[in-house]
Design a protein around this ligand. Structure first.
Ligand SMILES: *[C@@H]1O[C@H](CO)[C@@H](O)[C@H](O)[C@H]1NC(C)=O
Ligand SMILES: *[C@@H]1O[C@H](CO)[C@@H](O)[C@H](O)[C@H]1NC(C)=O
Ligand SMILES: [Cu+2]
Length: 248
């Protein structure tokens, strides 16, 4: 009886380790030439000092309307110890995933103005706009090259520029991977970091580019609820959410 119980406990523990090993997230940023640590999930938030909004799990968000969709945690969970990276508009931002096992699906990068301090912002209330997206680069849905595969091939990293025309202020930058290797079961993996954008830009996105998260996606989007294996010759993929803001 004792042995059986401890064996069961070991299986539970191994399963948890396997879950943790199965996915990953953004744990590091290079902004300009400065490196910033992200939040370390599975560690206590106490004492963590990071530009990233707290998030607590490597597991996917599987519902496009999940309340945690904005920054991988309830939008009203403000975390603690938040710092911001000061960055000139136009600067290059590279996000590094600690590990990434999936290669099928789009990569999207959003920003949102906090209209003041990002540290006190409910991220579900913000107006998000896309600054970059990439989906199916070449080939057909199940066999082609995806942006996510390029991310994996590129040291699990993705590089984006802050739009050079963007008006200064406090913003979140949000990196999101949408893994679609499981038929009709999307997996969203977002992480957010706080920026203080500087410069002389004056541009801000108009309402057609602004969305709430959750709010922008649904299971009726062709790129969200998709069975890529059922469409082996299709060579187009519709990335969900708004159009990319073109700047000014
Ligand atoms: C690859 O990523 C790691 C972080 O995961 C980083 O420390 C390292 O500098 C990167 N290598 C290159 C060549 O960018
Ligand atoms: C491919 O394009 C067709 C025609 O516009 C569209 O109906 C379909 O939803 C697209 N497929 C995907 C996977 O986005
Ligand atoms: Cu995964």
């Amino acid at each position: 009886m004792f042995r059986l119980t401890s064996l069961s406990a070991s299986i539970v523990a191994l399963t948890q380790i396997a879950n943790v090993a199965g996915h990953g997230g953004v744990l590091l940023y290079e902004i300009g030439s400065t490196w910033y640590n992200g939040f370390v999930p599975y560690n206590t938030p106490v004492g963590q000092s990071t530009i990233q909004r707290e998030w607590d799990s490597y597991n996917p968000i599987t519902d496009p309307t999940d309340a945690q969709l904005s920054c991988n945690i309830d939008g009203a969970n403000l975390g603690s110890g938040q710092l911001s990276a000061t960055v000139a508009a136009g600067t290059q931002v590279t996000a590094f995933w600690n590990q990434w096992p999936h290669t099928i699906g789009p990569v999207m990068v959003y920003m949102a103005s906090c209209g003041g301090s990002c540290t006190s912002a409910n991220t579900a209330d913000l107006n998000w706009f896309k600054i970059e997206q990439a989906g199916l680069i070449s080939g057909a849905l199940p066999t082609g090259t995806w942006a996510m595969g390029e991310l994996v091939a590129n040291n699990n990293s993705w590089t984006t520029n802050i739009p050079s025309s963007l008006a200064p202020g406090e913003y979140f930058i949000r990196h999101e991977l949408l893994a679609i290797h499981t038929a009709n079961q999307p997996q969203f993996y977002p992480e957010c970091a706080q920026l203080i954008v500087t410069g002389s830009g004056t541009a801000t996105p108009s309402s057609e580019y602004l969305v709430k998260l959750p709010g922008a996606y649904s299971m009726s989007d062709p790129g969200v609820n998709i069975d890529i294996y059922n469409e082996p010759t299709v060579t187009n993929y519709t990335i969900p959410g708004p159009a990319v803001w073109p700047g000014n």
